[in-house]
Design a protein around this ligand. Sequence first.
Ligand code: HEC
Ligand code: HEC
Length: 197
Amino acid sequence: MKQSRALQTALFACGLVFTAAASAGGGASGSMLGNTCAGCHGTDGVSVGPGPTIAGMSAEYLSETMKGFRSGEIRSTIMQRIAKGYSDADIDAMAKYFAGKKYVKAVQKSDSAAAKRGAKLHDKYCEKCHEEVGTSAGDDSGFLAGQHKLYLQYTLTDFTSGGREPGKKMKKKLDKMLKKTGDKGLADLVEFYASQK
Ligand code: HEC
Ligand code: HEC
């Protein structure tokens, strides 16, 4: 909860105050619907932070994630309220729209010593499913390299605190890593992903 609130505070600090998600109704195009997301996810889904960049992810991942938010299966600070305003068809149309846009990595500061440690951890525990440092849309596992730091911190903390359930296999790897590194390993990974230009 603490992390979720931190993210929400950050969003409000950035002036990203959300005004009711209204479904544009049947037949609206993905790009029309997608415009309402720009306040937090940037133009064409390339965020300037702190919300995640969603451009270029696979349509399947985007669609499933949105539906997961809507049902509450995937915990969120804001997205459940937003996703509830959309039908399956709306969500699929938006997913297709954002999947067709190009993923652009965020330019962020990072600690180079931590990033070096994080690189090793990533190779050992994460690369298998998050290929190309987590920039391969084909993986259906979300983007890591160049994703906004605050979002990664919040999401990883949610995974490790039980707020969001990672897949069984990911959980196994994550637990294995945490046993060795503690939370410091998560911080190192975040620095590594932020260092990827
Ligand atoms: C008020 C800000 C805000 C608006 C508007 C918004 N989002 Fe989000 N979005 C977030 C935040 C914050 C998260 C992280 C999850 C959470 O805590 O809600 C997120 C997460 C997501 C994710 C998951 C990304 C990932 O890496 O797994 C998707 C997909 C998404 N949003 C799609 C959309 C779409 C499509 C719209 C427009 C209909 C939209 N969002 C509008 C703030 C917003
Ligand atoms: C066995 C495959 C697998 C491994 C290993 C794995 N992941 Fe994942 N990861 C996934 C899948 C699949 C998803 C998307 C579905 C979900 O939410 O569980 C995901 C989602 C994520 C997300 C959320 C992405 C987003 O955009 O919201 C983060 C962050 C993440 N993983 C980080 C890691 C890190 C860090 C490691 C290494 C310690 C790791 N994963 C290891 C399969 C894996």
